[in-house]
Design a protein around this ligand. Sequence first.
Ligand SMILES: Nc1ncnc2c1ncn2[C@@H]1O[C@H](COP(=O)(O)OP(=O)(O)OP(=O)(O)O)[C@@H](O)[C@H]1O
Ligand SMILES: [Mg+2]
Length: 257
Amino acid sequence: MSGPNGARVSAPRTGSLTPGARALDLCFAPLASSEGFRVGFLGDSGSGKSYAARLAVEEYLRRSRGLVAVANSKGEAGWQGEAYASVEELRDRPNRTRRIVFTPPRGGDLDLHGIALWQWSAAHNHRCASLVVWDEVSDAADDGEWIDAERRGGKVIRGSSQIGRGFTHGRALGMSQLWGAQFAHQVPREAWETASCLCVWRQAGNALKILRFRGYTDAAAEAAILALPGDDVPKVDRGAFVLLRRGRPWDGRTYRF
Ligand SMILES: Nc1ncnc2c1ncn2[C@@H]1O[C@H](COP(=O)(O)OP(=O)(O)OP(=O)(O)O)[C@@H](O)[C@H]1O
Ligand SMILES: [Mg+2]
């Protein structure tokens, strides 16, 4: 199979892959000092972000005593946990386990702002650490701006979004954020600029420019991202990703769970 510029696209050989668990060691490092982490999962549709996020949830539950809430805004099956359609429903029927999955009601949307407020309340009122998995962070955003941000005179007031504040303010309170996105240009600035680790599955074109602009990549990392398998290979061959840390050189590895 040929990729851009005629380069051959194939699944990396198993022997050349680093176990995905090693990437999580870096992603979850702040938990060791009882801080929250911010991690981004970026990649083409079908490349393996949610698959990896499910494994990351399991690892979080092993390393932390906190709760996990999945903002399953796409309404996908496969997330383990107690199912709720809203934070109000969670208030009426409190969770019994540490796994909460918010899935939109039939024909409706999830109140993502409500989930951000729930996380603040858990941290402030109950001193409870938590991880929110924003499975598709662009569902919380409109062209790179949080949908709950305050607008005055057509201008977005920075820092006014409760979702965004969860990224910039909640670290010491044990508020962790894991965001997934298919399109780099949809990801709001707070999510980019607070992410200590970024796991990137296959991306091309504009996304690579944004990654370079945001200080995550160099030419070698870009070439590696372009060569990763996406939905152009069978499902069993997907899942390879690179780990990027802002302002740090690429480690030269390709990871996979
Ligand atoms: N590491 C892996 N090992 C085996 N299969 C994988 C792996 N990663 C992904 N897959 C397969 O690829 C499919 C698509 O992955 P996934 O749903 O995680 O994609 P995605 O990046 O979340 O896509 P979307 O952006 O559309 O939600 C999975 O259902 C699974 O079958
Ligand atoms: Mg997904």
